[in-house]
Write a new protein. Structure first.
Length: 271
Protein backbone atom coordinates (compact mmCIF):
# COMPACT_ATOMS: atom_id res chain seq x y z
CA UNK A 1 0.00 0.00 0.00
CA UNK A 2 1.16 3.52 -0.77
CA UNK A 3 -0.20 7.03 -0.37
CA UNK A 4 1.57 8.37 -3.46
CA UNK A 5 -1.63 8.51 -5.53
CA UNK A 6 -3.66 9.98 -2.66
CA UNK A 7 -1.93 13.33 -2.17
CA UNK A 8 -4.33 16.24 -1.79
CA UNK A 9 -4.26 20.04 -1.59
CA UNK A 10 -3.58 21.75 1.73
CA UNK A 11 -6.38 24.29 1.49
CA UNK A 12 -5.52 27.01 -1.01
CA UNK A 13 -1.78 27.07 -0.19
CA UNK A 14 -0.76 25.41 -3.46
CA UNK A 15 0.92 22.65 -1.45
CA UNK A 16 0.08 19.00 -2.19
CA UNK A 17 0.44 16.77 0.86
CA UNK A 18 0.15 13.09 1.65
CA UNK A 19 -2.84 12.19 3.86
CA UNK A 20 -0.39 11.10 6.53
CA UNK A 21 2.53 13.24 7.61
CA UNK A 22 5.48 12.04 9.67
CA UNK A 23 5.81 13.84 12.99
CA UNK A 24 9.39 13.99 14.22
CA UNK A 25 9.24 14.85 17.90
CA UNK A 26 10.44 11.33 18.75
CA UNK A 27 13.69 11.74 16.85
CA UNK A 28 14.69 14.79 18.88
CA UNK A 29 13.07 14.72 22.29
CA UNK A 30 11.98 12.13 24.85
CA UNK A 31 11.53 14.42 27.87
CA UNK A 32 8.19 15.91 28.81
CA UNK A 33 6.24 14.08 26.11
CA UNK A 34 2.78 12.59 26.58
CA UNK A 35 3.04 9.05 25.29
CA UNK A 36 1.91 5.83 27.01
CA UNK A 37 5.49 4.58 27.45
CA UNK A 38 9.03 5.93 27.37
CA UNK A 39 11.38 5.49 24.43
CA UNK A 40 14.99 5.92 23.39
CA UNK A 41 15.86 8.38 20.65
CA UNK A 42 16.71 6.53 17.42
CA UNK A 43 20.22 6.79 15.99
CA UNK A 44 20.96 8.40 12.63
CA UNK A 45 20.79 5.12 10.74
CA UNK A 46 17.35 4.38 12.16
CA UNK A 47 16.10 7.87 11.29
CA UNK A 48 17.53 7.61 7.77
CA UNK A 49 15.78 4.27 7.29
CA UNK A 50 12.52 5.66 8.66
CA UNK A 51 12.64 8.61 6.25
CA UNK A 52 13.37 6.26 3.35
CA UNK A 53 10.43 4.07 4.34
CA UNK A 54 8.15 7.10 4.61
CA UNK A 55 9.12 8.15 1.07
CA UNK A 56 8.59 4.60 -0.20
CA UNK A 57 5.11 4.60 1.36
CA UNK A 58 4.21 7.86 -0.40
CA UNK A 59 4.56 10.23 2.56
CA UNK A 60 5.85 13.68 1.61
CA UNK A 61 4.96 15.77 4.68
CA UNK A 62 7.42 16.15 7.56
CA UNK A 63 6.39 17.97 10.72
CA UNK A 64 9.04 19.30 13.09
CA UNK A 65 9.59 22.20 15.51
CA UNK A 66 12.27 23.95 17.56
CA UNK A 67 10.50 22.58 20.64
CA UNK A 68 11.17 19.02 19.43
CA UNK A 69 14.66 18.99 20.90
CA UNK A 70 17.27 18.14 18.26
CA UNK A 71 14.72 17.17 15.59
CA UNK A 72 15.44 19.99 13.12
CA UNK A 73 19.21 19.70 13.53
CA UNK A 74 19.11 15.96 12.89
CA UNK A 75 16.76 16.19 9.91
CA UNK A 76 18.83 18.74 7.99
CA UNK A 77 21.84 16.53 7.16
CA UNK A 78 19.64 13.45 6.64
CA UNK A 79 17.50 15.25 4.03
CA UNK A 80 20.44 16.41 1.91
CA UNK A 81 19.59 16.01 -1.77
CA UNK A 82 15.91 15.28 -1.04
CA UNK A 83 14.46 18.77 -0.59
CA UNK A 84 12.18 18.44 -3.63
CA UNK A 85 10.68 15.25 -2.15
CA UNK A 86 9.35 16.80 1.05
CA UNK A 87 6.85 19.37 2.27
CA UNK A 88 8.61 20.73 5.36
CA UNK A 89 6.49 22.08 8.20
CA UNK A 90 8.06 23.59 11.29
CA UNK A 91 6.90 25.97 14.01
CA UNK A 92 7.67 29.16 15.90
CA UNK A 93 6.85 30.43 19.37
CA UNK A 94 7.83 27.56 21.65
CA UNK A 95 11.33 26.70 22.83
CA UNK A 96 12.16 23.65 24.94
CA UNK A 97 15.21 24.34 27.09
CA UNK A 98 16.49 22.38 30.11
CA UNK A 99 13.31 20.34 30.27
CA UNK A 100 10.98 23.35 30.23
CA UNK A 101 8.90 25.05 27.55
CA UNK A 102 9.05 28.81 27.17
CA UNK A 103 7.23 30.98 24.66
CA UNK A 104 8.08 34.07 22.64
CA UNK A 105 5.72 35.40 19.98
CA UNK A 106 7.54 38.65 19.21
CA UNK A 107 8.39 39.63 15.64
CA UNK A 108 12.11 39.51 16.40
CA UNK A 109 11.98 36.00 17.80
CA UNK A 110 9.70 34.81 15.00
CA UNK A 111 12.19 35.94 12.37
CA UNK A 112 15.12 34.53 14.37
CA UNK A 113 13.32 31.19 14.74
CA UNK A 114 12.52 30.90 11.03
CA UNK A 115 16.07 31.78 10.02
CA UNK A 116 17.43 29.25 12.51
CA UNK A 117 15.09 26.57 11.13
CA UNK A 118 16.26 27.32 7.59
CA UNK A 119 19.86 26.79 8.70
CA UNK A 120 19.13 23.65 10.69
CA UNK A 121 17.08 22.08 7.90
CA UNK A 122 19.63 23.05 5.23
CA UNK A 123 17.07 24.78 3.03
CA UNK A 124 16.40 28.28 1.70
CA UNK A 125 12.62 28.14 2.17
CA UNK A 126 10.06 26.45 4.43
CA UNK A 127 6.80 25.14 3.00
CA UNK A 128 4.71 25.74 6.12
CA UNK A 129 5.35 27.43 9.46
CA UNK A 130 2.85 27.08 12.28
CA UNK A 131 2.63 29.06 15.50
CA UNK A 132 3.20 26.72 18.44
CA UNK A 133 0.57 28.19 20.77
CA UNK A 134 0.99 28.35 24.53
CA UNK A 135 -2.73 27.56 24.82
CA UNK A 136 -3.81 31.18 25.30
CA UNK A 137 -4.65 31.27 21.61
CA UNK A 138 -6.38 34.63 21.21
CA UNK A 139 -3.69 36.45 23.18
CA UNK A 140 -1.00 34.81 21.05
CA UNK A 141 -2.78 35.92 17.89
CA UNK A 142 -2.83 39.51 19.18
CA UNK A 143 0.98 39.42 19.43
CA UNK A 144 3.42 40.13 16.59
CA UNK A 145 3.82 36.58 15.35
CA UNK A 146 1.21 36.53 12.54
CA UNK A 147 2.28 39.84 10.94
CA UNK A 148 5.88 38.64 11.15
CA UNK A 149 5.01 35.39 9.38
CA UNK A 150 3.06 37.31 6.73
CA UNK A 151 6.18 39.40 6.08
CA UNK A 152 8.37 36.29 5.86
CA UNK A 153 5.90 34.82 3.38
CA UNK A 154 6.09 37.96 1.24
CA UNK A 155 9.88 37.64 1.32
CA UNK A 156 9.65 34.08 0.00
CA UNK A 157 11.23 32.46 3.06
CA UNK A 158 8.02 30.55 3.81
CA UNK A 159 5.27 29.43 1.44
CA UNK A 160 2.39 29.30 3.92
CA UNK A 161 1.73 29.84 7.62
CA UNK A 162 -0.82 28.96 10.22
CA UNK A 163 -1.53 27.99 13.80
CA UNK A 164 -1.34 24.95 16.04
CA UNK A 165 -3.67 25.89 18.86
CA UNK A 166 -5.96 24.43 21.47
CA UNK A 167 -9.26 26.33 21.25
CA UNK A 168 -12.08 26.80 18.78
CA UNK A 169 -11.93 30.59 18.98
CA UNK A 170 -8.19 30.54 18.37
CA UNK A 171 -8.44 28.12 15.46
CA UNK A 172 -11.14 30.10 13.68
CA UNK A 173 -9.36 33.42 14.23
CA UNK A 174 -6.09 31.91 12.99
CA UNK A 175 -7.74 30.67 9.80
CA UNK A 176 -9.23 34.09 9.06
CA UNK A 177 -5.76 35.59 8.71
CA UNK A 178 -3.63 32.52 7.93
CA UNK A 179 -3.47 29.56 5.58
CA UNK A 180 -3.74 26.53 7.83
CA UNK A 181 -4.61 25.23 11.29
CA UNK A 182 -3.43 22.15 13.12
CA UNK A 183 -6.19 20.80 15.34
CA UNK A 184 -6.80 17.94 17.73
CA UNK A 185 -9.39 15.60 16.20
CA UNK A 186 -9.80 12.00 17.36
CA UNK A 187 -12.23 9.50 18.88
CA UNK A 188 -11.77 11.09 22.30
CA UNK A 189 -11.59 14.78 21.43
CA UNK A 190 -13.84 16.45 18.87
CA UNK A 191 -14.40 19.87 20.44
CA UNK A 192 -12.50 21.64 17.64
CA UNK A 193 -14.92 20.54 14.92
CA UNK A 194 -16.07 24.15 14.30
CA UNK A 195 -12.50 24.94 13.19
CA UNK A 196 -12.68 22.14 10.61
CA UNK A 197 -16.09 23.39 9.47
CA UNK A 198 -14.75 26.93 9.04
CA UNK A 199 -11.79 25.62 7.04
CA UNK A 200 -14.06 23.61 4.73
CA UNK A 201 -16.21 26.69 4.08
CA UNK A 202 -13.26 29.00 3.39
CA UNK A 203 -10.75 26.83 1.52
CA UNK A 204 -8.25 26.72 4.37
CA UNK A 205 -5.92 23.84 5.21
CA UNK A 206 -6.31 21.48 8.16
CA UNK A 207 -3.65 19.22 9.65
CA UNK A 208 -4.71 16.87 12.43
CA UNK A 209 -2.58 16.29 15.52
CA UNK A 210 -3.20 13.54 18.05
CA UNK A 211 -5.26 11.59 15.53
CA UNK A 212 -4.73 8.51 17.68
CA UNK A 213 -4.66 10.47 20.98
CA UNK A 214 -0.85 10.27 21.21
CA UNK A 215 -1.05 6.49 21.13
CA UNK A 216 -3.56 6.20 23.96
CA UNK A 217 -6.40 5.35 21.59
CA UNK A 218 -4.57 2.15 20.68
CA UNK A 219 -5.24 0.87 24.18
CA UNK A 220 -8.99 0.52 23.85
CA UNK A 221 -11.75 -0.87 21.67
CA UNK A 222 -11.80 -3.14 18.64
CA UNK A 223 -9.60 -2.08 15.73
CA UNK A 224 -9.13 1.44 17.11
CA UNK A 225 -6.72 2.27 14.26
CA UNK A 226 -9.38 1.95 11.58
CA UNK A 227 -12.05 3.61 13.73
CA UNK A 228 -9.71 6.49 14.54
CA UNK A 229 -8.71 7.17 10.96
CA UNK A 230 -12.29 6.73 9.70
CA UNK A 231 -13.26 9.62 11.96
CA UNK A 232 -10.24 11.76 11.03
CA UNK A 233 -10.89 11.52 7.30
CA UNK A 234 -14.67 11.75 7.58
CA UNK A 235 -14.34 15.55 7.55
CA UNK A 236 -13.71 17.11 4.11
CA UNK A 237 -11.43 19.83 5.51
CA UNK A 238 -8.75 17.38 6.66
CA UNK A 239 -5.75 17.28 4.36
CA UNK A 240 -3.36 15.25 6.49
CA UNK A 241 -2.96 13.64 9.90
CA UNK A 242 0.45 13.84 11.57
CA UNK A 243 1.69 10.52 12.95
CA UNK A 244 4.60 10.76 15.37
CA UNK A 245 6.00 7.24 15.18
CA UNK A 246 9.55 5.92 15.00
CA UNK A 247 8.34 2.34 14.62
CA UNK A 248 8.52 1.15 10.96
CA UNK A 249 5.81 -1.47 11.54
CA UNK A 250 3.43 1.12 12.98
CA UNK A 251 4.14 3.44 10.06
CA UNK A 252 3.31 0.69 7.55
CA UNK A 253 0.13 -0.21 9.46
CA UNK A 254 -1.00 3.41 9.51
CA UNK A 255 -0.37 3.85 5.79
CA UNK A 256 -2.16 0.60 4.90
CA UNK A 257 -5.15 1.55 7.02
CA UNK A 258 -5.46 5.09 5.66
CA UNK A 259 -4.90 4.05 2.05
CA UNK A 260 -7.66 1.46 2.40
CA UNK A 261 -10.08 3.97 3.93
CA UNK A 262 -9.46 6.61 1.27
CA UNK A 263 -9.55 4.14 -1.62
CA UNK A 264 -12.87 2.72 -0.42
CA UNK A 265 -14.23 6.22 -0.09
CA UNK A 266 -13.07 7.11 -3.61
CA UNK A 267 -14.60 3.93 -5.01
CA UNK A 268 -17.85 4.64 -3.18
CA UNK A 269 -17.98 8.15 -4.62
CA UNK A 270 -17.40 6.82 -8.12
CA UNK A 271 -20.18 4.23 -7.90
Amino acid sequence: MTLAHLHRPLGNTGLQVSPLGLGTVKIGRNQGVKYPSGFELPDDRQVRDLLALARELGINLLDTAPAYGTSEERLGPLLQGQRQDWVLCTKVGEEFVDGQSRFDFSAAHTRFSVQRSLQRLHTDYLDLVLVHSSGDDLTVLEDEVYPALQQLKQEGLIRAFGFSGKTVAGGVQALRDGDCAMVTWNLREQAERPVLDYAADHGKGILVKKALASGHICLEGEDPLTAGFELVFSHPAVSSAIIGTINPLHLRQNVTTVAGILERRTAGTAD
